[in-house]
Design a protein around this ligand. Structure first.
Ligand code: C2E
Ligand code: CA
Ligand code: CA
Length: 612
């Protein structure tokens, strides 16, 4: 007990108070006295004593009533009360109203001291217990929050590691320039296939493609041009292949395709279509223009072929002969060109694009993005779409796809004009038909990283929205991941400014670039579009499936929404759904078509085929 301990003595007879004070003197407590119930209540509330000795018989308010009122008040309810009484009948009523103990009159000094000490000790222990509990609670709370943070960090680390691991696996088996499989991947694929051919009937052919004059382009225009050529070449050939064909770059200007052929075909049909495709292919670099040619060796995979090396040796030999005389089971570009009467037009992109800007030859197309609801009875259908550009070629009466003209437009610094045209075409349509926008969740517009390097580009977009009086919240801008990484600073500023304005952002073609996890944190985009190259065959290619899965997990830990493109089959849609992807885009759902009021309205009224 210390002098900080306060005891309130209540008795209407001053002599009794003197007696009690005398007894409690040597306890070294501070004593407060009250001679009426009213005064006792007031002092108790103001001084908050640690203990009250309360006389029962008092004229104004008796002790029981005082006790009842103290117990009923939240500030005084915890103070222990000892009744002081001459009547033994009072004892049980004292306990009933909340008394802690009692002292009988006539007063016995030892009894008083013993009971008071007991109450004070009990009170001190209770106080200690309470503060101990409070500390414990704080500690538990702190530990829980630390654990939550540690857990989250751990999860992010695991995700990042898995993502890096998948990416490393991807890099180990893919060619960085073209994103095709590399020599290692080809070797394991061919070896496994040869083993299968020993025991099963499989009609497959190995094609080796060697680009002619590649070195010439590489030497005269530089290796950036060379890489670009390889990419365009790979894209052009990819379009001809079936989903289960295996396409790889062997290095340099050599490529290989393993194809499962139809009965009676030894890969000739595919080789012919590759040559035909190449004949239409023009490579433009600055003001120079190149036609491509290739030699193709076809090597049927039969039981006599026992190793990958054997296949490669055979293919090398055929190419060697093909290059010298272009004869014998070999299909050279020259040979195919002689048979073909396809026109050889001379493309000059610079003037064609400038003309197109003046003549308004650009067209807006669009493709719907499908929503996979989380549950069967999930909310109303939701509609999103991406606008895509086309170039109308009046001379040949055909639409040119952006794959052909976006690259040249970027190199010729004309791309901002194209992106501005597309933005205005899109906004003006939705401004004219507000009822369309009401039914649509979001409209995505592609923006080239070359355009956003223009400092005024973000402001141009903001002005356009204000001019058409449209809500930026309903629009999303797509920037290609690789381009965003190359132009980090401009991409970051651009996204930041438009995010603050309310628009959304998606990193397009995600997965093929090298964005590190930490660096993604700094970018103000809210959606990730998984590169279609992984999605397209994720139901049959395990490494692509793993890539999609890890991107989905990483996106979840970054709290970004995921959209998958190139959803071409129901099987792929199902796989995506199982991974938790809610938005898919691809030919399975909708093929791009001209963007106008009628086409869009028709789709919104009668939604395209539902999947999953
Ligand atoms: P992207 O942004 O990745 O657009 C998706 C492309 O994939 C579109 O080709 C679309 O038609 C195609 N696609 C859609 N579903 C499937 C599918 O299931 N399988 C396959 N194999 N392809 C599918 P598109 O319209 O030829 O556009 C090619 C690229 O050109 C676009 O790729 C985008 O990067 C660029 N682009 C298109 N319009 C614009 C534009 O207005 N501005 C800029 N800067 N770039 C544009
Ligand atoms: Ca896009
Ligand atoms: Ca894309």
């Amino acid at each position: 007990m210390s002098s900080a301990t306060r005891i309130l003595l209540v008795d209407d007879t001053p002599e009794n108070l003197d007696v009690l004070s005398g007894i409690l003197e040597d306890l070294d407590c501070q004593l407060i006295v009250a001679t009426s119930g009213e005064r006792a209540l007031e002092l108790a509330a103001r001084r908050l004593p640690d203990l009250i000795l309360l006389d029962v018989m008092m004229p104004d308010i008796n002790g029981f009533d005082v006790c009842t009122r103290l117990k009923g008040d939240i500030t005084t309810t915890e103070i222990p009360i000892i009744f002081v009484t001459a009547r033994t009948d009072d004892i049980s009523q004292g306990f009933r109203v909340g008394g802690a103990d009692y002292i009988t009159k006539p007063i016995n000094a030892d009894e008083v001291r013993a009971r008071v000490r007991h109450q004070l000790e009990r009170q001190a222990m209770l106080a200690e217990l309470k503060s101990f509990n409070r500390e414990l609670e704080t500690k538990v709370r702190e530990r829980t929050s630390e654990l939550t943070i540690a857990n989250r960090q751990l999860r992010e680390e695991i995700n990042e590691r898995r993502y890096m691991q998948d990416r490393l696996n991807y890099l180990a088996t893919h060619d960085f320039v073209t994103r095709l499989h590399n020599r290692n991947a080809l070797e394991s694929f061919v070896s496994e296939l040869l083993a299968r051919i020993q025991v099963q009937t499989v009609n497959a052919t190995f094609l080796m493609i060697d680009i002619d004059r590649f070195r010439l382009i590489n030497q005269s225009c530089g290796c950036i041009a060379g890489d670009e050529l390889l990419r365009q070449f790979a894209d052009a050939i990819s379009g001809l292949l079936r989903r289960d064909d295996f396409f790889a770059r062997l290095g340099g200007d050599r490529f290989a395709v393993v194809t499962y052929c139809d009965e009676g075909d030894k890969g000739d049909a595919l080789a012919r279509s590759i040559l035909a495709q190449l004949q239409e292919f023009n490579f433009q670099w600055e003001d120079r223009q190149f036609k491509l040619a290739a030699s193709i060796a076809t090597v049927p995979l039969t039981r006599t072929m026992v190793s990958y090396d054997q296949v490669m040796l055979a293919a090398d030999e055929v190419i060697f002969v093909a290059k010298q005389e272009a004869r014998g089971g070999i299909f050279s570009y020259e040979e195919a060109a002689k048979r073909s009467n396809l026109h050889k037009e001379n493309i000059n992109w610079a003037s064609r694009l400038v003309d197109a800007i003046h003549n308004q030859s650009f067209r807006a197309y669009f493709q719907m993005i499908e929503y996979f609801p989380a549950t069967r009875d999930d909310e109303a259908p939701r509609y999103r779409l991406e606008v895509l550009m086309r170039l109308w070629d009046a001379e040949h009466q055909r639409m040119i796809s952006p794959g052909e003209f976006i690259g040249p437009a970027e190199r010729l610094h004309l791309i901002p004009e194209l992106d501005k045209w597309m933005l205005q075409a899109t906004l003006s349509l939705f401004a004219q038909h507000p009822d369309l926008l009401d039914q649509i969740d979001m409209v995505s517009i592609n923006i080239s990283a070359f355009s956003i390097r223009e400092t005024q580009f973000a402001q141009f977009i903001i002005n356009s929205f204000q001019h058409f009086n449209l809500p930026p919240q309903k629009f999303c801008f797509e920037i290609t991941e690789t381009q965003a990484i190359v132009n980090v600073e401009s991409a970051r500023q651009f996204m930041q400014q438009l995010r603050e304005f309310g628009a959304h952002f998606a990193l397009d073609d995600f997965g093929s670039g090298f964005a590190s996890y930490a660096y993604l944190h700094q970018m103000a985009f809210d959606k990730i579009k998984i590169d279609g190259i992984f999605v397209r065959d994720m139901d049959s290619d395990a490494s692509h499936y793993a890539m999609v899965k890890s991107i989905v997990e990483m996106a979840a830990s970054l709290n970004k929404e995921v959209i998958a493109e190139f959803v071409e089959t129901e099987a792929v849609a199902q796989k995506l759904y199982a991974l938790g992807v809610r938005w898919g885009q691809g030919y399975h759902h909708h093929r791009p078509q001209a963007l106008n009021y009628q086409s869009l309205q028709k789709l919104l009224l009668s939604p395209v085929q539902q999947t999953t």
